[in-house]
Design a protein around this ligand. Structure first.
Ligand code: GLU
Length: 414
């Protein structure tokens, strides 16, 4: 388990942004606390007949701009403070890309790696039975996060509809296409990341040739495939997952690597690259580094050794504040999570819009609308960066916090 407290980090980032925009104390205090928190226990029947009492959470951090929005994570190391941090970051993420949504997050403390399909289904349904009163298309709309996926969303939606006795497909996003999901949603986080890299490479004049992917789950795999496809250049020179790390200076065959991962559950044993020490994957020389796993992967212990020009944060909170300072001093450009990983929630919003009208868009239309949103958000962040002379994360926070604060004020909350 990480020794960092991500919620302390998240609050620190709000305080820094608040100083620059001279936010009054009442608004700052409002934005430093979650609006609502739900903690519940869930009895879950296991395959051996026993019942485990699991802990679940849902946190609605701020809903001034719209209903809370954010994923549900199934993870053994989940803590309330991690969920608070993730819900807080979702608030700025939806604001930076200008969606009419607030921020939320949820989680269950469990280890999906040792659970069967049926046990996962039982947990998913139990979560919704506990949370049904405080989620809803006009209140709070969950989605997947780490170790949750469209199948889990399908079980959750089904349980919700069973409770409310009517179709309510917009209650969750990133569902399978057959039951109200959106084209392009599975790729959306990674696609949005690549679009932001495209903008950053133009702005900083850096060709996006060699890239590294840290973490090889859904986002890591999709970004490895999309980087070369969208940017029409790019070699995957290093990759890591929880089992090992691989290096090939001439670039790996990404399709084969993804096939190997899907077949074996690991990147270890892939023939098209040499195995290296897991930590050294981040130190390989490259143009772009995509951290795509968990929080705090880039910290004061490895920030000095990173050899990439741009870091595109597909994970939530992968860089600690200490590392941020080091990277900034070393001239490494960080595309912050609340911008670079916003593609997922952007297409989740498109999914909600499609569900509410029962009219579904073609994939090209989804991708185009996503590109427009990311480009516009990138511009707002660059404008804040240039006018305040700050690093990109602070610039993104300034945009997000200012928009949420404005909504709180217009509503008369502060
Ligand atoms: N879990 C994703 C995120 O952190 C997606 C959230 C959503 O689509 O609501 O951005």
């Amino acid at each position: 388990m990480s020794s960092y407290n991500s919620f302390e980090t998240a609050k620190q980032q709000v305080i820094e942004a608040a100083k620059i925009i001279r936010l009054d104390n009442a608004t700052l205090n409002l934005l430093l606390k979650p609006q609502r928190e739900f903690a519940f226990t869930m009895p879950v029947r296991m395959d051996n007949g026993s019942v485990e009492i699991m802990e679940g959470y849902r946190i609605q951090y701020n809903t001034a701009r719209g209903p809370a929005k954010g994923g549900i994570r199934f993870h053994p190391d989940e803590t309330v403070d991690v969920i608070r941090a993730l819900a807080c970051w979702m608030t700025w993420k939806t604001a930076v890309v200008d969606l009419p949504l607030g921020g939320g997050k949820g989680g269950v403390i469990c280890n999906p790696k040792v659970l069967s399909e049926r046990e996962l289904e039982n947990i998913s349904r139990a979560y919704i039975r506990a949370a049904a009163d405080f989620i809803g298309t006009e209140k709070d709309i969950p989605a997947p996060d780490v170790y949750t996926n469209p199948q889990i969303m399908a079980w959750m939606m089904d349980e919700y509809e069973t409770i409310v006795r009517k179709h309510s497909s917009g209650i969750l996003t990133d569902k399978p296409l057959q039951i109200g999901g959106s084209e392009g949603r599975r790729d959306a986080t990674s696609r949005g990341g690549v679009y932001s890299v495209l903008e950053a490479c133009k702005y900083y004049n850096i060709p996006p040739k060699r890239f590294i992917v840290q973490g090889f789950g859904n986002a890591g795999q999709r970004v490895a495939l999309l980087h070369s496809e969208i940017l029409s250049e790019g070699k995957l020179v290093a990759v890591s997952d929880s089992s090992s790390a691989l290096y090939n200076p001439n670039g790996m065959n990404v399709h084969e690597l993804v096939r190997h991962k899907l077949q074996t559950g690991k990147i270890k044993g892939f023939k098209g690259a040499e195995e290296i020490d897991r930590d050294s994957a981040l130190e390989i020389e490259a143009d772009i580094l995509y951290p795509s796993a968990l929080e705090n992967a880039i910290n004061e212990f490895n920030a000095e050794k990173i050899n990439s020009k741009i870091i595109c944060e597909l994970a939530n909170g992968p860089t600690t504040p200490e590392a941020d300072i080091i990277l900034h001093q070393r001239g490494i450009k960080v595309l912050p999570d609340i911008l670079a990983s916003a593609g997922g929630v952007i297409v989740s919003y498109f999914e909600m819009v499609q569900d509410s009208s029962s009219f579904f868009w073609e994939e090209a239309g989804v991708n185009k609308a996503l590109e427009i949103k990311i480009k516009k958000a990138f511009r707002s962040v660059i404008n804040a960066q240039e006018s305040n002379n700050v690093h990109p994360r602070l610039a993104a926070m300034i945009v997000g916090v200012a928009r949420v604060a404005e909504a709180c004020k217009i509503r008369g909350w502060v």
